[in-house]
Design a protein. Structure first.
Length: 422
């Protein structure tokens, strides 16, 4: 049985970027066709305008021919009768016969139109030639001329219908183009926007385990796959770098620990003791006292000569352990080298506590150290101390004074480790 849970989800049908662009080009072509249609309509309008002017000119010539005789015989009434017949038959507002000196010979006119009709007539006259003039006779220019004025209402209605239809078509076309363009825009921009948000989140959170989703467009989906592959490479490289960084950090800690700690006992070494003691001197600035103990493990050379350096190292480690247990957690215990130890006591509350502390250290060394079934050792230490600022103003002076006090204690005690054999 096939487990569909582990299968990747099916992506939506993909299409190429060329197909998406083709859709946009179709929309652009539609707009171009619309513009060409509007230009064709405008050209047709200009043709209609020219045809209207030509028809009015022919109509003016016809009226002139009809009234030429009446004007020749100076019969205005006969001329008006002929003009009324034409006025009733044609869509005209007025016909006027004028002499060469612009004197009216005869005129017929429709009833006075209303204000709205006058405004329509004025608007139509601004777009179309609604007036034409023709001479009464080509052979006798002295007879005058005839002027005809057409009614602009039919043309105004035609123009209004044309504009309304054109606006409706343009609105429908704009809506369709808007829908198509937004669809194409979403197909292109949504995957890119998702990838942009993903890139920002990865950069902000350094989450290279995230992946870009698939896209319906073939080229964008390939881009997402390449981007995810790149993220995988970056993630693997970052993991390797982090692992290397952890190793380097661990190694640096080990080096730092080795630089400031004694490898045999794990105590602080001379470098760390000097650094911490110097900082303590700088910090106290005479506000309170502190003390430095100089401790020497007695008889180490003899143990090394009789039982080997491994036994001597075991003795040094035990001395270090018992010193650490006999002191406060805040006190710094260090191995200066060989069989020498140093202790920084901060703060030193009372000087009278120092002999008591040395006695506590000596008692801590009294228990035998069993090496094996046949050998046990009796640890023993010599201790000297110095007090800041009484015995010195810096670390080296305090150590030197404590060292001298330790040798004085050693000479006074004249003690060495005692071997106890099982």
């Amino acid at each position: 049985m096939i487990d569909n849970a582990n299968q990747p989800p099916r992506q939506a049908p993909q299409q190429s970027l060329a197909q998406t662009l083709r859709q946009g080009l179709r929309a652009a072509a539609f707009w171009a066709a619309l513009c060409v249609g509007l230009m064709g309509a405008l050209a047709s309008f200009w043709v209609l305008r020219a045809q209207t002017a030509r028809n009015l000119d022919l109509l003016a010539r016809t009226v002139a021919y009809s009234v030429e005789v009446a004007v020749t015989f100076d019969d205005p009434e006969a001329a008006r009768e002929a003009m009324r017949a034409v006025l009733a038959r044609e869509q005209l507002i007025a016909i006027r016969i004028e002499s060469p000196d612009s004197h009216a010979f005869a005129e017929v006119r429709q009833t006075n139109p209303g204000r709205w009709a006058a405004q329509v007539q004025a608007g139509a006259a601004a777009l179309l030639p609604l007036e034409a003039r023709a001479p009464l006779s080509r052979l006798r220019p002295d007879l005058g001329h005839v002027t005809v004025q057409a009614d602009g209402s039919p043309f105004a209605l035609l123009l209004a219908a044309y504009l309304g239809t054109a606006l409706a078509v343009m609105a429908i076309t704009a809506g369709l183009v808007l829908v198509l363009s937004r669809r194409v825009e979403r197909q292109l921009t949504e995957p890119l926007e998702a990838m942009r948000r993903l890139t920002r989140s990865i950069r902000a959170d350094r989450a290279f385990d995230r992946r870009a989703p698939g896209a319906a467009i073939e080229e964008l989906n390939a881009l997402s796959e390449d981007f995810n592959a790149l993220l995988g490479m970056v993630q693997a490289h970052e993991a390797a770098l982090l692992h290397q960084h952890e190793l380097l950090a661990k190694h640096n800690l080990e080096l730092r620990h080795e630089a400031f700690h004694d490898t045999l006992t794990g105590l602080a070494n001379r470098a760390q003791f000097s650094q911490v003691a110097a900082a303590a001197l700088e910090r106290v600035q005479g506000q309170h006292e502190l003390a430095v103990l100089f401790v020497d493990a007695d008889g180490l050379k003899r143990v090394n000569d009789l039982h080997g350096h491994a036994t001597g190292d075991r003795l040094l480690q035990e001395v270090a352990t018992r010193l650490r247990e006999a002191l406060r957690d805040s006190d710094l215990v260090a191995r200066l080298g060989g069989d020498e130890y140093a202790v920084l006591l901060e703060p030193l509350l009372q000087r009278e506590h120092l002999p008591l502390l040395v006695g506590k250290i000596q008692r801590a060394m009294q228990a035998p150290l069993r090496i094996d079934a046949q050998l046990s050792l009796q640890p023993s230490v010599s201790v000297g101390w110095s007090i800041y600022p009484l015995d010195g103003q810096d670390v080296e002076a305090l150590l030197a004074h404590a060292d001298q006090a330790m040798y004085a204690d050693k000479r006074a005690r004249r003690a060495s480790p005692r071997e106890i054999h099982a």
